[in-house]
Design a protein. Sequence first.
Length: 205
Amino acid sequence: MSKLRIAVFASGQGTNFQALADAAQQDRLEGASLELLVCDKPQAPVVERARKAGVETFVFRAKDYESKEAYEREILAELRRRGIELVVLAGYMRILTPVLVEPYMGRMINIHPSLLPAFPGMNGIKQAIDYGVKVTGVTVHYVDGGLDSGPVIAQRVVEVLDGDTEETLAVRIHAAEQEVLPWTVGRIAAGSVSLAGRHVTVTTL
């Protein structure tokens, strides 16, 4: 059985990339192969994480292109050249256009720091703190071109404690992300995730 070939898109620290790289090294991704990091910030720490993990990179600066579609066409060519079958958005801070979304519809996932559909968009952790909810969490969902609006694959609940700040809650949110994202990718690689309309079924071992 061939390995599922994965590309991760990230823009910052890369802790979720690292969680996937560690899981791959420990054979916890059901044999999935981490083939490529796509990053829009050449100086981002995630680029060094990829180098240390032995994962090739496609690094670019958006300002070097005439449009978002222009650099996305170049990314798409790179994905196709490498036979990428699953795209994982893990802290990628750019809204995608149909140039990338449509070819990978049903094969592109994102991780978001809230229990969607609550608190989509930027600053999901701060939104939860400001609203005063008692629980929040993380969501892995398919990308459908909307703002964190795609079908939900997996979620983990994180309790909001009395006295939590954005920073203290973020520690537990990120820990949950680093658990649920490799688990979800492993289920996809194992062929255990099916999508029908907005409803996702995940079978476990």
